[in-house]
Write a protein that binds this ligand. Structure first.
Ligand SMILES: [Zn+2]
Length: 233
């Protein structure tokens, strides 16, 4: 089965900084968020991820859509920071769009707002070029307001930036029913004498010394357990 293709689109770039305020630039923040999303997706999931830009360059809106269309992306995800008086998070899809796109927006919106401080401004529709010109389901997220004092403080906090990125990852995971890549079988055993207990949903399933035994216990539970812990005894 071919991998799902996700095109991530960090807004603006190069001579177009996007919104600028409080010592922050939209083009830089969205690139950081987009790279983080890509990194987490590629490391943990079996998906193909590309970005419309991966450095500080100007790309037209038409070129962004063309990159996604030519590649045959399955999903398009455009990342922006808001401005203009307000606070919080909102997401956009094209004004006239499919049920598939609506459910894409809903899942993304819920997962991102679920981990974000600040106001939920709602799921919206707009005639944005990247949403209109892309052939696949496309969502554009506006992640906090750069010109709002409180939001801009959040945007300067790397844990908030990571949470924003993780919200996007979780949305995609849920939408695509992605499960983490299989753990690689380790070659060596643990240091002699060290014993680990494995707990599944807070219940001990056993204590193990060999790494392969620990991993096989964990593997069995991935996708089933809510919580898997490995603890040095
Ligand atoms: Zn923007």
């Amino acid at each position: 089965m071919s991998k799902v293709k996700i095109m991530i689109d960090p807004g603006h770039g190069g001579r177009d900084p996007g919104a600028v305020a409080n010592g922050l630039e939209e083009k830089t923040l969205v690139l950081t968020i987009a790279r983080r999303i890509k990194q987490v997706l590629v490391e943990h999931y079996n998906v193909d991820v590309r970005m419309t830009r991966d450095d500080d360059r100007f790309v037209t809106l038409g070129q962004r859509a063309k990159l996604a269309n030519d590649w045959g992306a399955d999903y398009f995800l455009s990342i922006h920071i808001n401005a203009g008086g307000g606070s919080g998070f909102e997401s956009f899809i094209y004004t006239n769009t499919s049920a598939k796109t609506k459910s894409y927006q809903k899942v993304m919106h819920e997962e991102i707002t679920g981990r974000l401080y600040g106001k939920d401004r709602g799921m919206k529709k707009a005639n944005f070029a990247v949403l209109r010109k892309t052939n696949m389901p496309a969502v554009l997220t506006e992640n906090l307001f750069i010109d709002n004092a409180e939001d801009s403080r959040s945007l300067k906090d790397s844990t908030v930036i990571k949470a924003i990125a993780q919200g996007h990852v979780n949305g995609l995971m849920k939408l695509l029913k992605l499960s983490p890549k299989e753990l690689k079988e380790p070659k060596s055993t643990t240091k002699s004498g060290s014993l680990y207990r494995v707990l599944i949903d807070d219940e001990q399933v056993g204590t193990f010394q060999k790494k392969s035994n620990i991993v096989s216990q964990v593997k069995k539970q991935i996708g089933k357990a809510d919580r898997i812990e490995i603890e040095l005894v």
